[in-house]
Design a protein around this ligand. Structure first.
Ligand SMILES: *Cc1c(COP(=O)(O)O)cnc(C)c1O
Length: 429
């Protein structure tokens, strides 16, 4: 698989390099030179397969030139070795597609675990790596757990102090061993900037074998394509004809993966790009002006991102496929409406959490007659226990994964958003 750098189309790399580098020169994102497609006949064939076999087929379309199908199958099987996504009916024409049954209870387990397996598999010479990543909540946990205990790999995770839920923090800042966590006195965008700066520092990058595990890493995106096919395989023939998927968006990796699935030939009628008040993309789609505001804190904190770094990939995909951006549906939802929506869902006997609730709101409001809608359940409600319990005035159970970690001491370091400080840390610890 060849990929080019969106900031400099002359920089071309293979999949292995793209996975190891994360970003190209000038912090450019990598994008596939060839966009593989499948015929309707092939589609109906793979829809009948089990999740692991089908996912291997899909991924091999992208990366078969660099890894054998057998090895890919092995990696996919380990990476996706947890409970499959579930489709839960909310009403006649809307279901939630729950992607949060992995070890860290968020959809990010798919991408992070596949990436970890691929790095292990591609790293034939046992080089040492430092995985440096910024998290607005769930990436950190998924990445930390995916790489925990792996030889030659050190993981460093930056997160905005006080801006992620206590339970989110407990989940990944209590591991120790090869996992180091740093709380930054700033916003998620500050964390992301620090990561980008580190990648810009060529000497440092080489010295510590820097790699990013953010959703900018192409391996994570590819893994996420697979569950859109799974969703499609679970719905009726009638629903398949008019499927609309609402995606709660932060860095827009999840939506990029969905659009890639569509570009391969999965006939999804429409996507809704859903944001909270950090609505750079909805405003852009409305006015054509890219005008990020300062990031604001919301109850859907994993989406508190005003400069979503996967957006250039979405624009590129639309350009390459000659799709019109006007076809992308969108919307943003305030905290107040998110709270009301959580209550509305609870009356329908469904306990959700703020991120998915935003997607449900926009799906419900925008779904047309004859359409069938799925909204993506991106995290387990218990990850936002305090928020959800306060709004719904009901108790929610902690799943085992969280219970086990809830009382362990936090092992995080804390620094100001200064690159000098981060660099000292990277070279020292
Ligand atoms: C990461 C995350 C999102 C946003 O996903 P992107 O791929 O960054 O757009 C939404 N909801 C939850 C719960 C998340 O953890």
């Amino acid at each position: 698989m060849k990929l080019y750098n969106l900031k400099n189309h002359r920089e071309k790399v293979n999949f292995e390099t793209a996975v190891k580098l994360g970003l190209g020169q000038q912090q450019g994102l990598f994008f596939p030179v060839e966009l593989p497609t499948i015929t309707p006949f092939e589609l109906s064939r793979i829809l009948k397969m089990d999740f692991i076999t089908r996912s291997t087929e899909i991924l091999s379309k992208f990366i078969c030139s660099e890894i054998s199908k057998e090895e890919l199958y092995k990696n996919v099987k380990i990476a996706f070795s947890f409970k499959k996504p579930l489709k839960i009916s909310i009403n006649n024409n809307i279901s939630c597609f729950e992607l949060f049954h992995g070890p860290t209870l968020a959809f990010k387990d798919f991408g992070a675990r596949f990436m970890a397996q691929m790095i292990l598999s591609l790293n034939k010479d046992n080089e040492s790596f430092t995985i440096l990543t910024a998290t607005s909540g769930d990436t950190g946990a998924a990445v930390a757990h995916a790489f925990y205990g792996m030889k030659n790999i050190r993981v460093i995770i930056l997160y905005p102090k006080g801006k992620i839920s206590t339970l989110q923090e407990q989940l990944f800042c209590t591991l120790g061993k090869n996992i180091k966590t740093i709380s930054i006195n700033g916003s998620f965008d500050d964390c992301q900037k620090l990561v980008k700066k580190a990648f810009d520092d060529r000497k440092l990058k080489k010295l510590i074998g820097l790699n990013s595990a953010n959703s900018i890493n192409i391996s994570r995106l590819l893994a996420q394509i697979c569950y859109y096919f799974e969703a499609f395989s679970l719905i009726s023939e009638k629903q398949k004809k008019n499927l609309v998927i609402a995606v709660p968006c932060g860095n827009f990796g999840n939506l990029t993966a969905g659009l890639l699935a569509k570009s391969m030939g999965l006939p999804i009628k429409s996507f809704i790009a859903c944001t909270n008040s950090n609505d750079t993309v909805p405003r852009f789609l409305n006015t054509g002006k890219w005008d990020p505001h300062k990031t604001v804190s919301t109850i859907s904190n994993a989406m508190d991102i005003s400069q979503p770094n996967n957006w250039p990939r979405i624009e590129e995909l639309f350009r390459r496929k000659q799709w019109n951006l006007k076809e992308l549906r969108f919307g943003s939802v305030s905290d107040d409406v998110t709270k009301q929506t959580l209550k509305e869902l609870f009356e329908l006997k469904y306990i959700s959490e703020p991120h998915a609730a935003i997607a449900y709101r926009l799906l419900f409001d925008q779904l047309k007659k004859d359409e069938f809608g799925l909204f993506l359940g991106t995290a387990h409600p218990s990850k936002f226990k305090n928020t959800v319990e306060k709004i719904l005035k009901t108790k929610i159970e902690l799943p085992e994964e969280l219970q086990n970690r809830a009382n362990l001491p936090l092992l995080s370091y804390n620094i100001n958003p200064s690159f000098k400080k981060l660099k000292e840390f990277l070279l020292d610890k």
